[in-house]
Ligand binder design. Structure first.
Ligand code: PBG
Length: 325
């Protein structure tokens, strides 16, 4: 048989395959989400996220140091708020001595070069478990945005490098940018969860922070998974309002959205490989149905290939182990 073109030539050996690989996956592409709790010496495995833990600040600092030594350059902080500090205003969120603020300071003190990002949304602090303030059963936009601005300024004051609003209220990126400018935080960036879908795959995360909505769902602010153009509309608006990095979330059922967004913006694009996506791989691996390490590498590489410059993922520890960092 005579063939003018034989595509298998470049697939012959590991060396050739690595030379022509179109996508790279390196520790600096990953963002490590960390769950933080009050107390000392506390380590709790999250039942629906096997191998992932909630730690008190001391353990979190230690973890940040280890991650830095292995080449991870960024952490994304989430805290678990005590029930007695939750209310409908979410005011604990901008307590300058709150758990989030103390954690930011402790990490920046121990690993000054680590890029510290913080989740900005009211749900862990809300007695209703919603990302906004509730009035007459509705999540009200504008008072929530005011709260998010206070929260962001408080994180910036504590030393956060980027705040990451994950709430999907309208106008919050512009308001936060303005608040940071007016308060002199001209070096604090914003990673906007721009296209965040109402997804069932957040379930394990809500277990981790005890932050499931007390009534209804999040469909009046998070996006409908049937929509694609809406993701572009949301993302372009966030860029216009001052987002430094935009995010698509979740990642795996939304690879098409990541690519569309990547083609439309000139800011870096991140994707959040969320808790349910982590749980599915861990569960199948535990059953012996898939090869866990291979599934992790394939998953993360496909998210990069789709167009994500950065990936927030719970597989950070697995990844550095697999590559032997
Ligand atoms: C809070 C927030 C959520 C996640 C990140 N920030 C949950 C939600 O919106 O209900 C989900 C992360 C994950 O599932 O891994 N606004």
């Amino acid at each position: 048989m005579y063939l003018q073109r034989r595509n298998r030539i470049l697939r012959q050996s590991p060396a050739l395959r690595s030379m022509v690989a179109e996508t790279t996956l390196l520790p600096q592409h990953l963002i490590a989400p960390l769950f933080i709790d009050e107390g000392e010496g506390l380590v709790t495995e999250i039942a629906s996220m096997p191998g992932y833990y909630r730690r008190s600040v001391d353990g979190t600092v230690k973890e940040a140091k280890e991650l830095w030594a292995k080449g991870i350059r960024s952490v994304l902080l989430f805290i678990k708020c005590k029930d007695e500090w939750k209310d409908n205003t979410g005011r604990e969120a901008w307590n300058d001595n709150g758990l989030m603020q103390r954690s930011i300071k402790a990490i920046k003190m121990a690993v000054p070069d680590m890029v510290v990002m913080t989740d900005v949304a009211l749900d862990p602090y809300s007695s209703y478990g919603h990302d906004g303030i509730v009035e007459n059963g509705q999540i009200v936009n504008d008072p929530t945005v005011e709260a998010l601005v206070k929260m962001s300024i408080s994180h910036a004051k504590a030393g956060a490098d980027l705040v990451a609003p994950s709430d999907m209220m309208d106008g919050r990126i512009g308001a936060i940018r303005k608040g940071l400018e007016e308060n002199g935080f001209t070096n604090t960036g914003i990673m906007a969860y721009s296209a965040k879908y109402a997804s069932c795959f957040y379930g394990p995360f809500r277990d981790a922070l005890d932050s499931a909505p007390g009534f209804g769902d999040k469909k009046t602010y998070q996006m409908n998974y049937a929509n694609r153009l809406e993701a572009i509309k949301e993302t372009l608006l966030d860029v216009e309002e001052g987002a430094d990095i935009v995010m698509v979330k979740p990642a795996l059922s939304y690879l098409d959205i990541i690519r569309e967004v990547k083609n439309q913006v000139t800011v870096p694009v991140s994707a959040y490989n969320i808790s349910g996506e982590y749980a599915m791989i861990k569960a199948a691996a535990k059953m012996g149905w898939i090869d866990e390490d291979k599934a992790i590498l394939e998953t993360l590489t496909s998210i990069r290939r789709a167009g994500a410059d950065l990936i927030a993922t719970y597989f950070v520890h697995d990844f550095v182990r697999i590559i032997g960092a």
